[in-house]
Design a protein around this ligand. Structure first.
Ligand code: A5P
Length: 233
């Protein structure tokens, strides 16, 4: 049997912990990424054993498809007024429960679902902690393709030290990455992330959303060597 890396082992532990919280009949928001995928694999086990009835609001096609395969009812985010609670991963978090998300490209729907949710739990392995948010991780900014250069210029005027258009590699070729909404992502590096930055980036003409989640997380469940620890706001 394949041995799991420490990070994958921790993803599995936090996945088990979050899935144990799900109760029949709930409407839950489901994030995107490898930690969420691990949780959906655990949810599959419960669905088999318990014939679990849930309503799910997914943050990407990928997560929605996985939930549909489990036989769950998947609702579009614009059809619901609220969500009991949601879980999602993060690319970085700091001691104030501020997050960077969106390295996987799903940030727009992730923020909508987090905002609609009465309680937002972030599930991470311990390597996602950083004392200085933004160190070694850009802030993904989803923008209209025709506004690319203007948005990059405005990001620099907000203090970005570097901006880069996100590309993907396939068959040794490089392509522009497009989101599910048909937008580009500009990854912007900041050496200092102030609490006003999330809103200020969204005020730039042509920006749809950005990957700073500075106030949304209610709880972070982090898998550490000693077990799963809960951090509350
Ligand atoms: C998706 O766009 C992201 O916001 C993910 O939530 C984030 O990248 C965490 O993904 P992993 O669980 O794969 O690290």
């Amino acid at each position: 049997m394949k041995t799991l890396s420490l990070q994958d082992q921790q993803k599995l532990e936090v996945a088990r912990a979050i899935v144990a919280r799900i109760e029949p009949g709930q409407r839950i928001g489901v994030g995107t990424g490898s930690t969420v995928n691990a949780a959906l694999d655990q949810l599959a086990i419960r669905c088999k054993e318990e014939n679990l009835q849930l309503e799910v609001v997914a943050t990407s096609h990928q997560s929605a498809w996985k939930c549909l395969e489990l036989g769950l009812k998947v609702l579009p985010a614009d059809s619901v007024k609220d969500i009991d609670w949601c879980f999602d991963g993060a690319d970085q978090y700091d001691s104030k429960l501020r997050l960077i998300k969106g390295l996987g490209g799903a940030l727009y729907k992730e923020k909508i679902v987090a905002t609609l949710s009465k309680f937002f739990v972030v599930i991470v392995s311990e390597d996602k902690f950083i004392s200085q948010l933004g160190a070694g991780c850009p802030v993904p900014v989803e923008a209209a393709p025709e506004k690319r250069f203007e948005v990059e210029k405005q990001l620099c005027s907000l203090g970005a030290t570097r901006t880069e258009l996100r590309m993907i590699e396939m068959n040794k070729r490089s392509f522009v990455y497009f989101t599910e909404s048909g937008n580009i992502i500009i990854d912007a590096e900041f050496s200092d992330i102030e609490n006003t930055l999330e809103d200020r980036i969204n005020e730039i003409s042509g920006v749809l959303e950005n990957g700073l989640f500075l106030t949304q997380a209610d709880e972070i469940l982090v898998a550490e060597s000693g077990g799963v620890r809960s951090i509350h706001r």
